[in-house]
Design a protein around this ligand. Structure first.
Ligand SMILES: Cc1cc2nc3c(=O)[nH]c(=O)nc-3n(C[C@H](O)[C@H](O)[C@H](O)COP(=O)(O)OP(=O)(O)OC[C@H]3O[C@@H](n4cnc5c(N)ncnc54)[C@H](O)[C@@H]3O)c2cc1C
Length: 326
């Protein structure tokens, strides 16, 4: 197949599912365009880096239960974008973090791909064999033989509804928990642990970012990432994100038994779609008649590995379909 006769595919979303899908399709010779509304790769593999400080405010680690993702993590480690986080333990298998941030974990999958960031898709337009992406800024991309949506399920459903209502109806079955997050850089007590998993109260997880492998370690500053429990997060979903910081910082100080001291940086973040609590139980969705499909953690399980497996499954389905179409 020469490059001009190769099929053209659009992948919406440059999180783990979208990159795993696009990487596999491009590896098979297809022409693939990836678009993401975010300013960085990674989706919920997210890092906020400012003034020599960094916080991974989304996924905390990735681990593999199956051989395909174990191989991918080993590939990322060899490329220098992943490192084992030995302090976390817990098995089975090592826990990996992205380096220098979680957002970098899957960067090797994007090597050589046409990836357009800060590009939000407003609608999928056209018909089978000639799909166009209508972008929020008024521009259009296409034509594509197939469009593959890897946004979180509610956002995927909204894009698919006008062109594939049956796929949208499946996507809306996925259920997510929200997660409120606070990031605080402050002196902190000298004996503070590297991370905490409280069993009660508003905090589900808190971690000092500077103790994770490959992170900046500014002298005299602890960089706390605090994730609220799903229950507390649901109660505070409509709060201004800046208002999340004070109650979560106070809850952390109560757990530490000491104040953090005056913050040099603080910010809040709301993940409306954080961990998938009810997945579809299907590897991916694909409609061969129209050449429209979807993948993401919401198909299989709320983990980075599930997003990878779902993206790969969609790529495999599309590759077979592309071969049968000739
Ligand atoms: C707070 C938190 C903690 C977590 N902790 C862990 C953990 O420790 N371990 C673990 O395994 N998993 C964890 N997870 C889950 C893990 O992050 C996800 O399972 C995984 O990253 C999902 O990948 P994805 O590609 O399916 O979706 P996403 O990463 O959400 O990617 C979807 C992408 O689609 C883009 N998009 C959406 N709509 C559009 C549009 N209209 N146009 C263009 N682009 C669009 C988004 O910008 C996004 O980049 C955590 C998640 C959160 C939020």
């Amino acid at each position: 197949m020469n490059s001009l006769s190769a099929p053209r595919y659009a992948v919406i979303g440059a999180g783990m599912a979208g990159l795993a899908c696009a990487d596999a399709l491009a590896g098979g010779g297809a022409r693939v365009s990836v678009v993401d509304k975010g300013r960085r790769l990674g989706g919920r593999l997210a890092t906020r880096a400012r003034d020599g400080r960094s916080f991974d405010h989304g996924a905390q680690f990735a681990s593999a239960e199956g051989p395909a993702f174990a191989d991918a993590l080993a590939r990322f480690e060899a490329a220098g974008t992943a490192a084992v986080w030995p302090a976390l333990g817990g098995g089975p298998g090592p826990r990996y973090v992205g380096v220098p941030g979680m957002a970098d974990l899957a960067a090797p999958l994007a090597d050589g791909l046409d990836v357009r960031l800060a590009t939000e898709v407003a609608a999928i337009d056209g018909a089978a064999g000639a799909w166009t992406l209508r972008l929020k800024d008024g521009a259009a991309l296409g034509p594509f033989d197939a469009v593959l949506v890897t946004a979180p399920a509610p956002q995927a459903a909204a894009l698919l509804e006008p062109v594939a209502a049956d796929l949208a109806a499946q996507a809306v079955r996925a259920v997510y928990a929200p997660c409120a997050a606070a990031m605080v850089a402050a002196p902190g007590p000298a004996d503070a642990p590297a991370f905490l998993r409280p069993e009660a109260g508003p905090i589900g997880w808190a971690c000092r970012s500077e103790t994770r492998p490959g992170r900046p370690r500014p002298a005299g500053v602890q960089q706390w990432l605090i994730h609220a429990t799903p229950e507390w997060s649901a109660e505070h979903l409509d709060d201004d994100k800046a208002d999340l910081v004070a109650p979560l910082q106070a809850a952390l100080e109560a757990l530490l038994g000491a104040p953090l001291g005056p913050p040099v940086y603080s910010a809040g973040h709301k993940w409306r779609y954080s961990l998938v609590t009810e997945a579809l139980g299907l590897p991916c969705l694909f409609e061969p008649e129209r050449g429209l499909g979807a993948a993401g953690d919401w198909c299989l399980d709320g983990r980075v590995e599930a997003a990878f497996e779902s993206g790969r499954a969609l790529a495999a389905a599309v590759a077979v379909w592309g071969t049968l179409r000739g």
